[in-house]
Design a protein around this ligand. Structure first.
Ligand code: PLP
Length: 408
């Protein structure tokens, strides 16, 4: 067993000691959003109470201080993602904005009607809908690659879908429903041999494992701060310099320009060219503190501890023969989606769990095509974080036994 002081870590998160419905909170909705450690909450309070002004604009003390704090986050994100050149990091509000930037700023600039984008069937809507916009408006063709019965995505199947018209592969690093970790390295290597860029949706992947993008070599990698112990409305996207050079700005406004006249506009250099308007200043400062916090624990230690939780949950949940777990990949991360045999609705299951203080998500998990592929309308999802415990797995099993008893 890896030594991991989960009790100490839990004490960093004030919300974890509260009760819900008269029971200790068992927070298993981390796939939707993670909880925040006190250092992040303190950083937000400090920023607003002592260090706040708009960034990049003023020449006064507070504006310089806020700018310094805000801009330092670019380097923190770069370090977290294993990126040497921090100018390849664009700060934003999260993955949804990041992927939309790639769709509008890059894809619209380099693609022609009839060009193809390859997607896996287990993508989150954030990595589907922006591409549907291109399909609807510009005649871009979406090509889908299925996952197998275990919920694995075969890299070769993705590479086999490449044609001379393929301009992008867009895949998740870790499925927010099945928990599958995708072998993105093989996809990237194979795709690059054929000259096809790869976007990786790192919203879940970067939360659960160490990431080194300079080694991985992908072209785009999007993360979202609120799943990384940071504030909502924070995030970033890594874009390789070569790809940035192919982009045009997406959002226009202050900060992203060099000069504006009545007749002309010239733009700031990247990455500022892609960061228009007043950003989420305090959210981003909070994200920097959150990533420093996670790095101080160590992403390798987090991954190793979560592997233990995953194995234990697989054993305990796997023993419930009326529970249908979706996704049985050998590379499964700490995300478990399931239905009960029979007609029990996911919402009813989650309501029963909620009465026991257990927070899970129920529904489609923003993954319509995957639900269609699985042939289900909805499922419950228990998603673990590094501050969860084996006892919380037991609490989930108890709650599910009760749900089974009441609903069958
Ligand atoms: N991609 C995946 C795999 C996700 O799980 C999520 C959030 O649930 C997103 C994208 C979208 O993230 P956000 O809404 O923070 O932009």
């Amino acid at each position: 067993m890896t030594t991991f002081d989960v009790a100490k870590i839990r004490s960093d998160f004030p919300i974890l000691s509260r009760q819900v419905n008269g029971k200790p909170l068992v927070y298993l909705d981390n796939g939707a959003s993670s909880q925040k450690p006190q250092v992040v909450i303190d950083a937000i309070t400090r920023a607003y109470s002592q260090e706040y002004a708009n960034v990049h604009r003023g020449l006064h003390y507070l504006s310089n201080l806020a700018t310094e704090k805000y801009e330092s986050v670019r380097g923190i994100v770069a370090k977290f993602l294993g990126v040497a050149n921090e100018d390849e990091i664009i700060l934003n509000t999260g993955t949804t904005e990041g992927i939309n930037l790639v769709a509008y700023g890059w894809a619209m600039n380099v693609m022609q009607p009839g060009d193809e984008i390859i997607l896996s069937v287990m993508e989150h809507h954030a990595n589907i809908v922006p591409w549907h916009f291109l399909r609807e408006r510009y005649g871009i063709v979406l090509k889908w690659v299925d996952v197998d019965v275990n919920g694995d995505l075969d890299p070769q199947a993705v590479l086999d879908a490449i044609t001379p018209k393929t301009k992008l592969i867009a895949v998740t690093h870790l499925s927010n429903v099945l928990g599958t970790k995708v072998d993105v390295a093989s996809i990237i290597n194979g795709a690059h041999q054929k000259g096809v860029p790869v976007l990786v949706d790192g919203s879940q992947g970067a939360v659960h494992m160490p990431v080194n993008l300079d080694e991985l070599g992908c072209d785009f990698y999007a993360i979202t701060g609120h799943k990384l112990c940071g504030p909502s409305g924070s995030g970033a996207i890594f874009i390789k310099q070569d790809r940035m050079a192919e982009m045009r700005p997406f959002l226009g406004g202050g900060d992203m320009i060099r000069e504006v006249t009545k007749d002309t506009v010239t733009y700031n250099d990247p990455p500022m060219m892609f960061e228009a308007g007043t950003p989420g200043i305090v959210q981003t400062i909070g994200l920097g503190v959150a990533l420093d916090y996670m790095m101080s624990i160590g992403m390798d230690k987090i991954a190793a501890y979560e592997d233990q939780i995953t194995q234990y949950a697989q054993q305990q949940l796997g023993a419930l023969n009326w529970l249908n777990i979706q996704g049985n990949s050998k590379t499964k991360g700490a995300i478990f989606s399931f239905t009960l045999s029979g007609a029990a609705h996911a919402h009813d299951i989650s309501t029963i769990l909620d009465k026991k203080g257990i927070a899970v998500r129920a529904g489609q998990h923003c993954a319509g095509p995957l639900m269609e592929h699985l042939g289900i309308n909805a499922s419950c999802r228990a998603s673990f974080a590094f501050y969860n415990t084996m006892q919380e797995v037991d609490a989930l099993v108890d709650g599910l036994n009760l749900a089974h008893e009441l609903l069958s």
